[in-house]
Design a protein around this ligand. Structure first.
Ligand code: C5P
Length: 311
């Protein structure tokens, strides 16, 4: 038997996907990143990452789209673990087991979610003693969405998306997610298309909209629906016209709103209720525009440790 006081041999973290209720894109900075005003919401589609001591660094992936996730050094979760190890003065190697439910390259921050989960799991396994702010700093270095995935809930992201401020939000929202029938979209490619479309135009530093904030304070999906907004949507649709068809179909089936999630291609469809979401999922599946539809509510908690069986 292992005493509860002994250090763990493995830590498992559950981490949600995100959508952007609002994604306003500002000018591109010298570092290549755009300034953003975004409102994130964490939604109940989860990956799980287990960090366990091992004789060498590595990772393995199971679950949805597993064959599309690299397991070499380019894996974002592995990068996050190694960055944290370096930052804390060297640590024993771990193997990361990633169980996926979040669509890959779908605009729902699947890779960033796994990175956030790996950071939290390794931080606990290695007992680094880092503060929350320190961990946020490492998270921001890994990717713009990673700090939000540690945070969860509903929050404003500024800077390049990595500066997180919690938002006063009431209620639960019912979402249907339509992942692409085809492959994912590359985030840099969508931002490049945005740059080309906006070339020569003056772009101001964006700010979150007051109407979206008041819809969230009221907890009212009917008020939220018309103010959902994504500056990258035209570019995602230009690169992948099938996304436009999904949005049109969802609206035709009575969705309150349908919007590209982040840089796409997943479409987030807002329903009025659980029943409404089930009806939309059934209609969208039957219509043939969508394959493997997901349903979830938001907001949900960010990355969190879950109990594991000790070995
Ligand atoms: O930060 P992350 O690695 O997730 O960003 C992926 C890519 O998305 C960046 O390399 C960049 O091309 C684009 N991006 C951007 N502006 C942001 C966030 C991301 O141009 N604020």
């Amino acid at each position: 038997m292992t005493s509860p006081l002994e250090s763990p041999m493995a830590v498992t973290v559950r981490v949600p996907a995100k959508i952007n209720l609002e994604l306003f894109v500002g000018p591109r900075g010298e570092d290549g990143y755009h300034s953003l005003a975004t409102v994130y919401q964490a939604v109940g589609i989860h990956d799980e990452v287990t960090a366990a001591y091992h004789n060498e660094w590595g990772c393995s992936v199971s679950g949805r789209d597993a064959d599309r996730v690299p397991t070499d050094e380019s894996n974002l979760a592995l990068k996050a673990a190694r960055t944290l190890a370096e930052r804390t003065g060297g640590q024993d190697p771990v193997h990361l087991s990633i169980r996926k439910e979040i669509p890959v390259a779908g605009g729902m921050a699947g890779g960033s979610a796994d990175a956030a989960a790996a950071l939290l799991a390794c931080d606990a396994l290695w007992e680094t003693g880092l503060s929350k702010d320190d961990l946020d700093e490492v998270a921001a270095e890994i990717g713009s969405d990673v700090p939000f995935l540690l945070h969860g809930g509903t929050a404003v992201g500024s800077g390049r998306g990595e500066v997180i401020t919690a938002v006063l939000a009431k209620g639960t929202y019912h979402w249907v997610f339509v992942p692409s029938l085809d492959t994912g979209l590359s985030t840099p490619a969508v931002y490049r298309a945005f740059d080309e479309r906006m070339a020569g135009m003056a772009i101001e530093d964006p700010t979150p909209s007051a109407t979206l904030m008041s819809a969230l304070r009221a907890g009212d999906p009917m008020a939220l629906a018309p103010v959902l907004d994504n500056d990258l949507q035209p570019d995602a649709i230009a690169l992948r016209p099938d996304i436009g068809e999904v949005i049109e179909a969802a609206m035709g089936f009575g969705a309150l709103a349908a919007i590209v999630s982040g840089s796409g291609p997943t479409v987030a469809v807002l329903a009025e209720s659980t029943e409404g979401a089930i009806d939309l999922a059934v209609s969208l599946t039957a219509s043939g525009v969508a394959g493997d539809i997901l349903r979830a509510t938001g907001p949900v908690a960010g990355a969190h440790i879950i109990p594991t069986t000790r070995v």
